[in-house]
Design a binder for this molecule. Structure first.
Ligand SMILES: [Zn+2]
Length: 120
């Protein structure tokens, strides 16, 4: 993954797109029209890498890009429940950038795990 981060940051990132399948596409301004589609976990690593590698002049965009790609995916309410299955929040109370899925493997919300760890 570190190789990918270096490759991306050596170019100018022109867009970060969230795809319907939960993957993230990074488009850069290279002459070849570079594209890379990332899984949510790869995107989290990339977001961390961008912030780490960006110099001062790039900080603002790095932070914006990191926020855009480090989107939390929540588990959809189960059955007649009103709240998300992962963190027990009403969907319309979630940050507007967050996503909801009914596919367990796509869930990246770690609120429940974090809360459990803090209570332990
Ligand atoms: Zn959640």
């Amino acid at each position: 993954m570190s190789t990918s981060i270096t490759r991306v940051t050596e170019r100018t990132i022109v867009a970060v797109d969230l795809e319907d399948d939960g993957s993230i596409e990074i488009r850069t301004g290279g002459s070849s029209g570079y594209r890379e589609t990332l899984t949510a976990e790869q995107a989290r690593q990339l977001a961390a890498g961008l912030l780490e590698l960006a110099d001062e002049s790039e900080k603002y965009f790095a932070e914006t890009a990191a926020a855009a790609i480090a989107v939390t995916v929540h588990a959809a309410p189960i059955g007649t429940a009103d709240v998300t299955a992962c963190c027990g929040v009403l969907p319309w109370h979630l940050p507007s950038i967050d996503r909801i899925t009914s596919t367990d493997s796509e869930v990246t919300c770690t609120w429940a795990a974090t809360a459990r760890a803090e209570c332990a």
